[in-house]
Design a protein. Structure first.
Length: 200
């Protein structure tokens, strides 16, 4: 079984509100991410919320997602990942790390990352795509971490984030090149969001 952890606990200070609740095409960001995961066939899904948890749950109804709250989201992404890991199925062989502020990633891209991992289950799979701004390949999300490396996520310094796990000498990486630029796109400012809305 493959699980997914949707990280939605950030304070979104630059955006001025919970990014998980931003509306696009009639749905909040978090629902777009969860819906894509459902279409990709990921049955075990955990959404990690933060200080805006009550606000998010008032506007979004989970459809099979388990929900947990990171009570100290100021400790960063790794602390939210740990909160999600505590809720995973005991049968999980690996977990997708997904960001709630990436609503534009398609179900097909999730499937490609999953298919790659199914052929490389001992490795961390990280998608990457061409970035026109500097003509380079850039890594993005979602990434898949084997359950065998779950302990590493609890050992790393919080201030180093997931980077500490993906660069640990004990892990092997499979880089997957995809043609979906949305894997490196997120929305940090009102201007970022406005551009998305204008584009439809």
């Amino acid at each position: 079984m493959l699980s997914a952890i949707i990280l939605a606990a950030g304070d979104s200070s630059r955006m001025g509100g919970a990014k998980a609740l931003l509306q696009w095409r009639g749905l909040p960001f978090i629902e777009h991410v969860c819906a894509a995961l459902r279409r990709a066939g990921v049955e075990d899904r955990v959404a990690v919320l933060g200080r805006a948890s009550h606000e998010i749950l008032a506007a979004w109804t989970p459809a099979g997602e388990k929900v947990t709250v990171n009570v100290k989201p100021e400790h960063g992404q790794l602390s939210s990942l740990r909160a999600g890991l505590a809720e995973l199925s005991d049968f999980s062989e690996g977990f997708l790390v997904c960001l709630a502020d990436q609503p534009t990633i398609s179900a097909e891209t999730y499937k490609k990352v999953i298919d790659c991992w199914l052929s490389n289950k001992e490795t961390i799979v990280i998608p990457r795509t061409f970035r026109a701004a500097d003509s380079r390949l850039k890594r993005g999300h979602p990434i898949i971490i084997p359950a065998a490396h779950k302990a590493l996520c609890f050992e790393g310094p919080l201030d180093k984030g997931l980077h500490w796990v993906t660069h640990h000498p004990a892990v092997r990486i499979t880089d997957l090149e995809v043609k979906d630029p949305e894997i490196i796109r997120d929305f940090d400012t009102p201007e970022d969001y406005e551009a998305l809305v204008k584009a439809g």
